[in-house]
Design a binder for this molecule. Structure first.
Ligand SMILES: OC[C@@H]1[C@@H](O)[C@H](O)[C@@H](O)c2nc(-c3ccccc3)cn21
Length: 602
């Protein structure tokens, strides 16, 4: 019997219709389920017809697993899916949000807040291309990126995952999507998902909608704003993602005016699907349907009913998939959920799987393994670091700039908790969900290493993480570079009401800058409290979370390249001003949105 759905010469809708028509209710519901990799045995994949598997943050086949190890794991799970009656391939997803950040030796790019400061959408596209190749190097065809949140309050623990407070910048930076997925052909029908081929990945615009607008930046909380404000500030990123063919959209944990997004039929179905004509699939966040109720999972049947009725197509379970499958099956069989809703979800999931070529190439090969951490990608990341740094202050008087620094001089001091810490400079979502401290988490270049590599061989470099005033006064340094900032965090763990630099950072600044000409480099996921120290600082640089390529920082500190970055997030004076965004009445920042001094390359 000719299985039309297996025939790639058949039109997309013919393949979808043919396959859907063959599927049982169990097989349909299985396609809507995404489980965590630790549960994805061949037996489970077969028994429940699982359609998708993910790696949660830090969930890896083994520590320092190679590309080959990843490919073997993904292919093993895929074989389980392919051994089902209809052989529908599963799609494996992972959070590659600043490079392939769960994977040892991957290139780690600056987090989004830094990329917003580059104002360079074409750079973002190139980053998307490189990232897609590193993700495919490990046999994975789906990334939960880009985050198109608009960070309206830096107290939010995920502000660094946003390109900034301006919807215009966020919509421009969706240019990473044609990098990840490939360029959508110009006359494509609006809203259809597009993935070019085996060197591209399925992308995911997230988190729909208004995740960056919650009260006091409280993660997963409530975004209070009228419809016009929601559509003009938080929606443009989705509109532009859809125009560019984004294949999936992930729903936000947060609420809009008290209504959980995961239960919001008006925004998920009526607006996203029926007004913006999005035809890819809508995926939930991790255990997000459980959190529709308070306490979470208090009424799981209701969680399933509300989310599926709202229009979600794939549910990131990740563990209690039997409970979900039973619950949804019962709701369909008792007519609480019409089979037409299930068919809509499955059609969308199959559309993405057909469009991306997953039926033709379900098993990953080794053709791209050398892409992982490739030098060419590291050079691209280094360029991104250069362009992301924002020069906030340069000299105590305009006619005496400190930067660019002299490479050839007697002796310089490098100080600060973040000068020699690769984990700190990468931030959250790196190797582990919450990020790490130290220098052996993956391969990269610390700021200290970069300085040693950049200055003249005759220049003596003294590293002292937190020097005391006495030791400084009895010594002579031409200048000091002080690198301090935030420790890594992700999501809720990053929510902060005080936004202070953790000790001993401020102490290091005042000790060093009180005695020596100092260039202070802030490693942070967002603007932090710096006003009390600004007057004592000669040059001040916002480096955000630059990732593994630390030489991008010395490229501009020492004048091999000029500073060009511009703030994509308002730098407040004090936290009691927040929330404060450009355009607000009584806008009174320390450094305004768009601020960024420039220097000329030497
Ligand atoms: O990693 C998958 C998704 C990711 O794509 C989303 O952006 C993010 O909101 C998220 N939080 C968790 C997560 C949260 C708490 C405990 C365990 C996992 C999982 N995830």
């Amino acid at each position: 019997e000719n299985f039309k759905y297996k025939d790639p010469t058949q039109r997309l809708n013919v393949r979808i219709k043919d396959l859907l028509g063959r599927m049982t209710l169990e097989e349909k519901i299985g396609q809507m389920v995404q489980i965590e990799r630790v549960n994805a045995s061949t037996e489970v994949m077969k028994k429940y017809f699982i359609g998708s598997v993910l790696s949660g943050g830090g969930s890896v086949p083994s520590k320092q697993a190679s590309a080959q190890d990843w490919i073997n794991m993904v292919n093993e799970i895929q074989k389980g899916a392919l051994s089902t009656r209809l052989g529908i391939p599963m799609i494996y997803g992972i959070d590659a949000v600043h490079g392939h950040n769960n994977v040892y030796n991957a290139t780690i790019f600056p987090h989004n807040i830094g990329l917003g400061a580059t104002r360079d959408p074409q750079l973002l596209k190139r980053i998307g291309v490189a990232s897609a190749r590193e993700i495919r190097a490990t046999g994975i065809p789906y990334a939960f990126a880009p985050c198109v949140a608009v960070c309206r309050d830096p107290r939010w623990g995920r502000c660094y995952e946003s390109y900034g407070e301006d919807p215009k910048i966020v919509q421009e930076m969706t240019e990473i999507i044609p990098g990840l997925q490939g360029e959508i052909p110009p006359n494509s029908r609006k809203g259809v998902p597009y993935v070019a081929g085996k060197e591209n990945v399925v992308a995911c615009a997230k988190h729909y909608v208004g995740d960056g607008g919650t009260t006091k930046g409280i993660d997963e909380n409530n975004t209070v704003i009228d419809r016009h404000g929601l559509l003009s500030i938080h929606m443009p990123g989705y509109y532009h993602s859809i125009i560019k063919g984004v294949a999936t959209i992930m729903v936000s944990y947060s609420s809009w005016n008290g209504e959980k997004m995961h239960a919001n039929k008006n925004l998920v179905t009526d607006f996203l699907k029926n007004t913006l004509h999005f035809q890819g699939f809508v995926i939930s966040d991790w255990e997000a349907i459980d959190r529709i109720t308070d306490p979470p999972h208090a009424n799981y049947t209701y969680s399933i009913l509300a989310s599926i009725t709202a229009g979600l197509d794939m549910i990131m379970i990740p563990y209690n998939y039997p409970e979900f499958i039973d619950g949804l099956t019962n709701l369909v069989k008792s007519n609480y959920i019409p089979i037409s809703r299930i068919d809509d979800a499955v059609k969308r999931i199959l559309r993405v799987k057909f469009v991306m070529g997953l039926f033709e190439n379900p098993i990953a090969d080794l053709s791209l393994v050398n892409e992982l951490g490739k030098q060419e990608h590291r050079e691209l990341a280094r360029e991104a670091v250069r362009k992301s740094l924002v020069l906030l202050k340069n000299g105590k008087s305009a006619d005496k700039p400190l930067l660019p620094l002299e490479k050839k001089t007697q002796k310089i001091l490098v100080a600060g908790s973040h000068a020699n810490n690769l984990g700190y400079q990468c931030g959250g979502w790196t190797i582990e969900w919450q990020g790490l401290s130290g220098n052996n988490l993956t391969s990269g270049t610390t700021v200290l290493d970069a300085i040693k590599d950049t200055v003249d061989p005759t220049t003596e470099v003294i590293f002292n993480e937190n020097p005391d005033k006495k030791s400084l006064q009895s010594d002579t340094f031409s200048y000091a570079i002080v690198v301090v900032g935030e420790h890594p965090y992700a999501e809720l763990n990053g929510d902060s009401l005080n936004l202070t630099i953790p000790d001993p950072g401020p102490n290091t600044i005042t000790n060093v800058c009180g005695v020596i000409k100092c260039a202070v480099v802030i490693i942070s996921g967002r603007p932090v409290v710096i006003q009390p120290y600004v007057d004592s600082i000669d040059a001040l640089v916002a480096a955000w979370l630059p990732g593994t390529e630390g030489k991008g920082i010395t490229d501009v500190l020492f004048g091999d390249y000029g500073f060009t970055g511009k703030l994509s997030q308002t730098w407040f004076k004090t936290v009691d001003q927040l929330p404060m965004n450009f355009g607000n009445p009584n806008y009174d920042p320390l450094f305004p949105f768009g601020h960024g001094l420039t220097t000329q390359p030497i």
